[in-house]
Every structure is written in structure tokens, then in C-alpha cells.
Design a protein around this ligand. Structure first.
Ligand code: CDP
Ligand code: MG
Length: 138
């Protein structure tokens, strides 16, 4: 069984679609083993997006990710990383299929509603950064 991390970003929080997003993952057969609200600090974001630190959008992205607390969840299933990435759609909401979460609810390449881990090792890294081991149930 594989784990993956999903964040509901501040645009998703403001649109009040947390329930819809959770419902979608449940219907896709994913099991929730961690779930909480968290404020992403600049310190967390510097680590989380270290590979984007020199990109022109990094400062704006950090600002966006601090607009509201975010829902952080850990999902488990066979092939969880790829399954979730396919349910959310590609980074640019404008290019995402209409039945994907980003295609349905996202605005553009930044305000794209959700984050999802892009590899199982990356998921482990993200879990360690955001969750205590006592907060993971599975
Ligand atoms: O989230 P995903 O893995 O699909 O994309 P990424 O390339 O790892 O980028 C991480 C996040 O940075 C995206 O989800 C966007 O919110 C943001 N981003 C941005 O603000 N402007 C870009 N040109 C590209 C990404
Ligand atoms: Mg990524």
C-alpha cells in the first residue's frame, strides 16, 4: 500500500469545497489515514518548495499558500500517488480535464486548489514535515 499527501490550498478553502474534495477522494477508493488543519509557515514553505526557491513565482506562491490555514491529509491505497495525481489533473487548471479537481475548481497555474505528492519518497518527506507519527493512523 502506498501513501500520498494532499493539501487543500487557500483558494479551495475560500471556495468552501473541502467536503466536495474529500468526497471525491473517498469515491475514488482512497483511505484517509491522516487529516488536519495547518498554517503553513514561511519556514515550512521554504522546505516544501525548496526546488522552486529560485523561480520567479516563488514569492507569490508563498504569499498565496499563507492566505488561510490549509487542510492536510494523508491518503492510502494501491498506487496512491498516481491515482491522486490523475484525479487532481495537471498543474495548470486551464489545461486540466473538466472532470479533474483542478479542471473543475481551479483558476490558473497557481490557484489550482490542491497539492499532491509526485512520488512515494516525496510523500514520506511531506508526511514527516507536516505530521507527528501519532497523527498517522495506518
Ligand atoms: O503542484 P504540481 O506538482 O502540479 O506543480 P509544481 O510544478 O510542483 O508546482 C508547485 C506549485 O507551484 C503549483 O501547484 C502552483 O500552485 C505553483 N506554481 C506557480 O505558482 N506558478 C507556476 N508557473 C508553476 C507552479
Ligand atoms: Mg509538484
Amino acid at each position: 500500500m502506498e501513501k500520498t499527501v494532499v493539501l487543500i490550498k487557500p483558494d479551495g478553502m475560500k471556495k468552501k469545497i473541502v467536503g466536495k474534495i474529500i468526497d471525491r477522494f473517498e469515491r475514488e477508493g482512497l483511505e484517509f489515514i491522516g487529516l488536519k488543519l495547518i498554517n503553513l509557515t514561511q519556514e515550512i514553505l521554504d522546505t516544501w518548495y525548496v526546488h522552486h526557491k529560485d523561480k520567479p513565482f516563488f514569492q507569490d506562491l508563498s504569499h498565496f499558500m499563507k492566505e488561510t490555514p490549509v487542510v492536510a491529509m494523508v491518503l492510502k491505497s494501491e498506487n496512491a500517488v498516481n491515482r491522486v495525481r490523475s484525479v487532481i489533473g495537471p498543474t495548470d487548471s486551464q489545461k486540466a480535464p473538466p472532470d479533474s479537481i483542478r479542471g473543475q475548481h481551479g483558476e490558473d497555474v497557481q490557484r489550482n486548489v490542491v497539492h499532491a505528492s509526485d512520488a512515494p519518497e516525496r510523500a514520506e518527506f511531506e508526511i514527516k514535515l507536516l505530521f507527528k507519527s501519532s497523527e498517522i493512523y495506518g
